[in-house]
Write a protein that binds this ligand. Structure first.
Ligand SMILES: CC(C)(COP(=O)(O)OP(=O)(O)OC[C@H]1O[C@@H](n2cnc3c(N)ncnc32)[C@H](O)[C@@H]1OP(=O)(O)O)[C@@H](O)C(=O)NCCC(=O)NCCS
Length: 323
């Protein structure tokens, strides 16, 4: 542990949007960790929530001598569990910063009786595994990253169910219908089904947003499903830009017609036409139907994110917080 006052770890918790300087310090910390670990420690949603006014989050900052050395973001937007992502500066690891952040995250979680803590570890790094095990946490969910080579994929125009037409998303017009179908399609999905209009607006304001790559399938003017694609610039997922099938959702009333498969193919066609050599997507490992659909479209598993949790609800008495 650290012994003099200048190297003492100080923890603080804040709610609400971070001032620009603090948000920038978190992004810089995440970049340093990504460079050291080969995988970004914070996913898209926590990065968007750094400065979002309505974000349902608590920010935990760990500083040493005023410098940010660790950060955790707690998503407290659901009753049953707090979801956390946390990162420690590579220069300050194995000094107890991670354990201190996790202990504080458990304390924040136990404010709501019965609520459990869940922590995402991107890339399933050995250090994260040992760290979580050390805290008595086990793997409770896995998110697969899948990848397809677009240069060797045969181009094809998928058949659409009778009467179904496809057009691009129109900002300012299609938000409500899209959110309605999205929440129906992802009713049982812990994160995707919760997308608020503020979350959607935040994504529409991102530099990568392109309505031409956001396709809606309709019948008689009624939205049945959509595929939303995204392009990651060079450096985010390897040396070249990479496309992503960002969200595919089909209304439960229109499932089983082959729309999911057709929309995925249209999304890939769009990305291939933009000259991208590969596309990725993320899906729950337990969602065997989705994994099977994507494998048939040529995707193979390329990485995994792991969520750790303890089975017992978090309470100061009920969880081992480390030595
Ligand atoms: C995982 C991470 C948060 C750990 O942070 P940290 O400040 O180094 O962790 P601590 O110093 O508090 O370590 C607590 C215990 O975790 C275990 N641990 C942490 N890193 C480890 C490693 N590289 N190898 C083996 N065990 C490790 C040890 O049991 C350690 O106790 P010890 O140092 O007394 O042996 C940090 O490596 C990190 O930021 N990784 C990238 C982001 C990430 O994976 N986040 C998800 C975490 S679930």
């Amino acid at each position: 542990m650290l012994d003099d006052a200048s190297s003492q770890v100080i923890l603080s918790a804040t709610a609400g949007p971070l001032p620009a300087g603090s948000a920038g310090a978190v992004r810089a910390l995440a970049d340093r960790a990504a460079a050291a670990d080969g995988v970004p420690p914070l996913s898209e949603q926590p990065l968007l929530w750094l400065s979002a006014p309505e974000a349902p989050v608590v920010h935990l900052h760990a500083t040493v001598g005023g410098a940010l050395v660790g950060y955790a973001q707690l998503d407290v937007g659901t009753q049953s569990s707090t979801k956390a992502e946390l990162v420690v500066d590579p220069e300050h690891r194995r000094t107890g910063v991670g354990r201190a952040l996790l202990t504080r995250a458990l304390a924040e979680t136990s404010v709501v009786p019965g609520r459990t803590l869940r922590v995402w570890a991107h890339g399933d790094l050995p250090a994260a595994r040992r760290f979580a095990e050390d805290q008595g946490m086990a793997v409770v969910r896995e998110l697969l990253q899948m990848r397809v080579d677009l240069t060797t994929r045969p181009a094809s125009t998928p058949a659409l169910p009778t009467g179904v037409t496809v057009r691009a998303f129109e900002p300012g017009r299609d938000e409500d219908a899209w959110r309605r179908v999205n929440s129906r399609a992802f009713a049982h999905h812990p994160e995707q089904g919760r997308m608020t209009s503020a979350d959607l607006r935040a994504r529409e304001s991102e530099p990568w947003f392109d309505p031409a790559g956001f396709l809606l399938a309709e019948r008689d003017g009624i939205l049945l499903g959509s595929v939303w694609t995204k392009v990651h610039p060079a450096g985010e997922h390897g040396a070249d830009p990479v496309g992503e099938i960002y969200v595919v959702g089909v209304d439960p009333d229109a499932q089983g017609l082959g729309l999911g498969r057709a929309l995925t193919a249209l999304g890939l066609n769009h990305l291939a036409a933009r000259g991208l050599g590969a596309a990725i997507l993320y899906t729950g490992a337990e969602n065997t139907v989705a994994v099977h659909t994507y494998e048939r479209a040529g995707f193979v598993r390329s990485a995994v994110d792991v969520m750790f949790g303890s089975d017992t609800p978090s309470s100061p008495a009920g969880v081992t917080m480390g030595a």
